[in-house]
Structure formats: C-alpha cells, structure tokens
Design a protein. Sequence first.
Length: 413
Amino acid sequence: MYEKRILLAEDELVSATYLKDSLSALGYKVTLATDGKQALGFYLENPFPVVITDYEMPGLNGAELIQELKSEEIEPVIFMFTSHSNPKLIVNVMKLGIFDYLVKPLEEHELSIKLKRAFEFYEMKRTETISKRERQLRLEGHLEWIQWKEKMAGGEFNRLNQNLFESLKNSFCQGAGFGALVTLLKLVSDTTVKEGDHYKIESDLMELIQINTGMAEKALKMFADIDLMVSSPMQFEEITCAELYEQLILWVEELKPILALKNQQVLMGDLKPTLSKYKISYNKVSLQNSFKEIITNACKFSRADTNITIVTNVEYNWFKCIIYNQPIPNADGTYGVPLQFENLIFEPFYRLSKNVFDVYGTLDFGLGLSYVDSCFKKHEGKLSVHNIIDHSEWSDSPVTKVAFQFSLPVLKN
C-alpha cells in the first residue's frame, strides 16, 4: 500500500511554504525541494506517487525534471505548478505528459479533488504495470521451457543457460535431498575402504545418507501425490462447516511441534453459530495436507514469538478461512508477498525465498503450494494471498501482515 506522499519542487520560498502547508492540512506528507536537481535526487532515493513541480527553476527546470521522472518504470503522477494562465503555455505544459496543471493562487477545494484523483490514477497505473510484469514473467518462463525442450530434443543443452532451472537448482542442491545425496555419495567413493566383498563406511556418513535418502523419497512422493490428484478422480464426503471448524482445530494441535520451533501460537476465531447451517463437500486427506502446508508456511516465514490468527466465516455461499501472519523481511527489505508474485507462488518450483528450512522437515522445492493449488481446484475452491496493513496492534506504527485465504463452496443444511 502506497503512502500519501507528495514531492514538491518549488524555488520560491513563499509559494513553497504556502503550498506545503495547504497539502499538509489535507493530510499529505510533503517533501520540499528547492530546485529540480534536488527534487530528482529525493525521488530517486525514495520514489513518490505524486510530484508537483514549478515550471521555471534554476539548474534543472520543470520540463527537464518531468522528462527524467517519466523515464522511471512506474512513473509518478505529475502536476505542473505555474503562475501563468496563458492557454498556449498551458497546452505546451500538458504536451509534456503531465496529469494536470495548477495555477497560482490555488483553491483548496479544487486542489483536494485533483489530488484525490491523482492518487487513484497512480494506484490504477501501478496495478496495471505490476500485472503486465507478472504476465511477462509467466511468458518468459513458458518461452524458456519451450526453448529448453527444443535444445534437449536436438541434443544441444547449454549448461551456461540455466535461468529456467534457477529454482530447481536451489531446491535440489541446497539442504537435504538430492544435492546432499550426490555430495555424500562422492564422499563415500573417496573415503570408503574395501574389505573383501564389502565396503566399510563411516557410521556418521551412513546416517546422513539415510536421512537424505528419506528426503529424496519424500520429494518423489510429493511428485506422485500431485500427479495423482491432477489425473485421478477424488472421493468426497459431506460435513457441516462447524465440523470442518473442529477439524481445523485438531489439525492445528498436530502442528504444535512446528509452532514450538519459533515459540509461535495459533489463535482461532470463535465458532460462529451460522457455520452449523451449511455443508461442504471435501476430501479429508488432501484438505488436511493442504491446511498443514499453509500453516507450516506461515510458521516458516513468520517472526518468532508471534501469533498466527485464523478466522472462519460463511459469506455468499462460500466457507472462507483466512490465515494471518506477521512475516519476516524478504532479502530486498520488503515484507510479505509482493503484488506481482501473488499468483506466481502457486506455480511448480517457484520459490519467493531461496532459503532452506531444514528444521521443519519440509522439502523446500517449491511444490507445497502447487499441491495446495491442485487440491482446491479439485474442490472447486478458491485461493488468494496478499499483504494487509494491520492497525490493530498496540504500537505507534501499523504492521504488514500476510493474509492467506481459501474458500470452499457451501450448501445450506
């Protein structure tokens, strides 16, 4: 969620002070730059949704500043601030590609309306840009897959072109599993001693091989489970939503060892009386596995000593379950799931984090949420994940949380 931040570039102190005070009174956070060069520096350091710039400034003038700002990937909404009301000048200003112009002196009501529209326009353009980026990532992934298959068919596999398999490489070569097995077997080959018809292997080495063989076997089972779910009919049974609520509580109890790893707790919302009026059709095993995968993910990517909150309800003929967690920072300093990755995280082998979490006993191959996605498609359900800003915490600043929601179609009892 963007902040209501405005960058103001104005070299006349009186006009700058008046406009800054007016904008602050409307609830905006204003950063003042006294010339175009300083304004550009402020913007590059921390981009602003809205920029208001004077036309005539020393050094970098308004027109030059606009050209620089419009070269950004997500360009800001730009207003030109001028004391001229000459129609010809205004036309030339609009040709620069700005959102609107502001003529001195300003009327506060008009300013308020224009800025409200500007922030709405910025959010619309930002969402559109992010959606295009996501589509581009998907297309690039599909194209690389096709190109790789063609190279394999022609026997021209280029080991230097590994972009498609970056996630696979991280998954299989880090931590437990296939990568560790390869390393261990090489170590066995170098260190074992042949005694007659047998080889003598260090006991510690053999234990590691057994552990990693188990992880590799677990990975192959996950492949098989997803394939079976996608290609085979699924058996369903009917239960009330109240009964499903009770099932969720039992499944959470089974996850206590995982919650204990970082001293986390799960808080369940109260059972609503209306849940007993509705039924769902579900496959217990697949839904149980999916729910545990979702909660385990929430544990892995949440801060220690925090709560994971689960809220259930029935709305518009859907049983909805939302899991909220407070995420640890991403590698780039952001939090949670960026907008452009909200759908990509369900793709096979796609991993937003490249870390391996050995203590959880999970595969970390990017297959868990693919299993969850396949499960809910079989249930004709829905999945969504997005960031929210939580203002309910007892602190001065709001907290970013991740909201993971699954929905199942319901029938009245």
